[in-house]
Design a protein around this ligand. Sequence first.
Ligand code: DC
Length: 227
Amino acid sequence: MRKIVIAIDGYSACGKSSTAKKVAEILGYSYIDSGAMYRAVTLFFLENHITLTNDKEVAKALQNIDIDFRTSRRSAHNSDTYLNGLNVEREIRKMEISNSVSQVSSIKSVRGAMVNQQRKLGRKKAVVMDGRDIGTVVFPDAELKVFMLADVNIRAERRQQELFERKEVISFNRIVKNLKMRDEIDTSRTESPLRQALDAVVVNTTFMTLEEQVDEVVNLALNKILA
Ligand code: DC
């Protein structure tokens, strides 16, 4: 059967990762969370006190960063993010990282390094990758491009619940503020800003359940695979 690349882009907390993970599981594809890569870089920069405006320091730090994904012990269908051999899956989802990740991911050299790695991970196809620039920059020839959006209050509710499940209690207003700040930085940055690719299918998840989102993307994918 024909193998394709599925690119899912969109705003923060629209359900991209949860949908992408399930779609990959159903199709037997691999799932790559490109946001996790930017989060891991952010964690490294914060831990090592890297000055974001110092190009040399940033370039040197990037040479010391190795990111990979390994099957999670929690479930064979999930993978965890490893930074230099250490499992950082929980660490990178914390609010502290969410507050800095958009700044780090707007640095040109950071994007260059991550995009190279993402292209390598997707070169054999049969991959679902989610992020902000997957359909526009990383895989402009992806067979299926999905652009996800949702009302910011719904997104904040979902993110609050997710954080709560990870035992992090954050106020609704702080989450809305963080999402709006990230939307603003992600869409207005010079380096590969978040944009809807011209050939992307828009999926508005405001009133959709996860199951409905997954069904929609799987159907779109099957249309391409069986075409
Ligand atoms: O998908 P996420 O919220 O975990 O992504 C974290 C941040 O990383 C997001 O605010 C923007 C950045 N990002 C990016 O710039 N490009 C990508 N392909 C994926 C994420």
